[in-house]
Write a protein of this length. Structure first.
Length: 567
């Protein structure tokens, strides 16, 4: 902490984001004093730098901190005793000398040196990023990609940081680049300005942008003429960095990886559908009737149509809102094909969706990541062409909640499906969309190329729920139904704009307010959903309030605090 005076400041609590700080580190922080309502006076860190220890005692503490691989307190003491003032030089330049110390093999000596150098380089990157106004939280990732020459690499082309961290602000990088001498009309600046415009659109779910809109955006962003931007667009097209496609007299611009993913997905779906149908069940009508009798169910005409469609086609979409019988169809398909000795695999894009699928069908369902054995996603590439995808051993693959599948995940899924395997895509286009770019389910339905069964009838049991009825009414542009006279109702509409009163009402319902309508158990039967993290009615504050109400502190309870440290 910078201190203009000479007096000792004593023990001070500092708060802020300080990555890679270990016991024994010496840091210089800048910031300001603040007063916390619970913890009193603190020093809020804006920026910080790490300095290497200047004394042997300080160096020993640093080595003993656990930051350096294979070095603990005892080994640190031995190293300092053996090499003294030459310790840093030996570790960095002559690591083989470390093997004279008992317990350090020549192999460990090299790893100690590499760990020490990595630690120093990380701090150089942290310091450099801080100087150019970029969060130090990116330092580890920058080092992993560019290694010990990271600072020089970034100085030569700071815009490459856009490739390193998904979502990083172009404005932040651009300001840093201009400060270190990058010209306003530099080729990299304009190229990455275009790329940023396309990436920014993808964060909103789009895989391409209308060319004229892109020209306008990038021209405003860089303060450069549209004609200049257009020249660079043509250059990027020649270099195959982007694809420009004309549809109905409108030019659309894609990042090459997005365009190729769309082409692959469309092509693979058509190929799967065109392969000879070797999994078709003969006499399916009689077999389906037998299943209905055994399970004491009566399928609707639409449900039968969906099951017959799956039998007749290699690729099929089953879509419909809540309560329209999708789960019953899935269960019937599973039973039909299992009785034929066929292997049916169930999967969904998220853990929650897979768990729900397991609960409703009684069969094991996996997340797509687990099914495809995607162990690690390269977050510097939206679509990793080197990703190893495990083929799916199945006769029928049923995917639920398909609306949540984005472009990359669909590409990985289709890469893992053998031609000849049946693919059943189940979902509701009005449900949660994918986080990443692409409206896969919606676009497949709109293409008219894949067989689609639309379920539009709400079944009698589901129709008792006002939640389901109102979900369909909202999608149809109609107003809510709220029956005030029905004590067994499951839907309430309370119009309130005051945050404090909203919180009080939610808490009253969680505690015992719902019990007069049904036998709700607050811990297992109630889920609170809010669209915001911040504010009185955001997740952070509501979680605190609900915990204080339902699970308050108690000296008799074992308690563990998480995410309470500021460092």
């Amino acid at each position: 902490m910078q201190n203009s005076g000479q007096k000792q400041l004593g023990e001070i609590t500092i708060v802020g984001y300080l990555p890679f700080v270990n016991v024994g580190d010496i840091i210089v922080v800048t910031g300001e004093y603040v007063v916390h309502k619970d913890y009193g006076r603190q020093f809020k860190v804006n920026t910080f730098k790490k300095t290497m220890p200047e004394t042997l005692d300080a160096l020993e503490k640093y080595l003993a901190s656990g930051a350096i691989k294979w070095v603990g307190p005892k080994t640190a003491k031995k190293i300092i005793k053996e090499f003294g003032d030459d310790t840093i030089s030996v570790i960095e330049n002559e690591p083989e000398k470390l093997s004279v110390i008992k317990g350090i093999t020549p192999e460990k000596a090299i790893e100690i040196s590499e760990s020490f150098i990595e630690s120093r380089e990380l701090w150089k990157i942290v310091s450099f990023l801080d100087e150019i106004g970029i969060s130090s939280s990116y330092a580890k990732k920058v080092y992993e990609i560019y290694g010990i020459n990271a600072v020089e690499e970034i100085k030569q082309d700071p815009y490459r940081l856009i490739d390193v961290v998904r979502g990083i602000s172009f404005k932040t990088i651009d300001e840093a680049a201009l400060r270190i001498g990058i010209r306003n009309d530099d080729e990299q600046r304009i190229t990455y300005g275009i790329k940023y415009g396309l990436l920014l659109s993808s964060y909103n779910g789009h895989t391409c942008v209308i060319k004229n809109n892109l020209l306008d955006f990038v021209s405003t962003l860089l303060e450069i003429s549209e004609s200049t931007i257009n020249e660079f667009l043509n250059q990027m097209k020649v270099k195959e960095q982007i694809v420009i496609e004309k549809q109905d007299d409108i030019e659309w611009v894609y990042l090459k990886e997005f365009y190729e993913a769309e082409i692959f997905i469309a092509g693979k779906l058509v190929r799967l559908d065109n392969v000879k149908n070797r999994k078709r069940i003969v006499f399916i009508e009689e077999k389906l009737e037998k299943i209905e009798k055994e399970n004491k169910i009566e399928l609707s005409d639409k449900q039968r149509e969906a099951i017959y469609a799956v039998n007749d086609h290699n690729v099929c979409v089953i879509t419909g809102g809540p309560g329209t019988g999708k789960t019953t169809i899935i269960k019937s398909i599973i039973e039909l094909y299992k009785k034929e000795g066929k292997k049916v695999v169930l999967c969904a894009p998220t853990g929650r969706a897979a768990k729900k699928m397991t609960e409703t069908t009684g069969e094991d369902a996996k997340t797509l990541h687990r099914l495809l054995q995607i162990s690690k996603i390269n977050d510097t590439k939206y679509i990793d062409e080197d990703m190893k995808i495990e083929p799916i051993d199945a006769d029928v693959v049923i995917v639920d909640e398909t609306s949540m599948i984005d472009l990359a995940l669909m590409k990985y899924l289709l890469t893992g499906i053998y031609e000849g395997t049946k693919l059943v895509l189940v979902g509701d286009v009005d449900q949660l969309p994918s986080v990443g770019p692409g409206s896969i389910l919606k676009d497949i339905i709109a293409s008219g190329r894949i067989n689609v069964i639309v379920l539009d009838k709400i079944f009698r049991q589901a129709a008792k729920s006002k939640i389901i009825l109102n979900a369909h009414r909202v999608n149809s542009g109609k107003s809510f139904i709220d029956d005030d006279n029905n004590l067994n109702r499951d839907f309430f509409l309370v119009q309130e704009t005051n945050p404090e009163r909203i919180v009080d009402f939610v808490l009253s319902l969680c505690k015992d307010g719902l019990k007069k309508f049904d036998n709700y158990e607050e811990f297992n039967s109630v889920q609170i959903i809010t669209p915001s993290k911040k504010g009185l009615v955001g997740t952070k504050e509501l979680n605190k309030k609900v915990q204080a109400l339902l699970n308050p502190e108690n000296i008799k309870k074992q308690e563990k605090s998480v995410r309470t440290s500021s460092i």
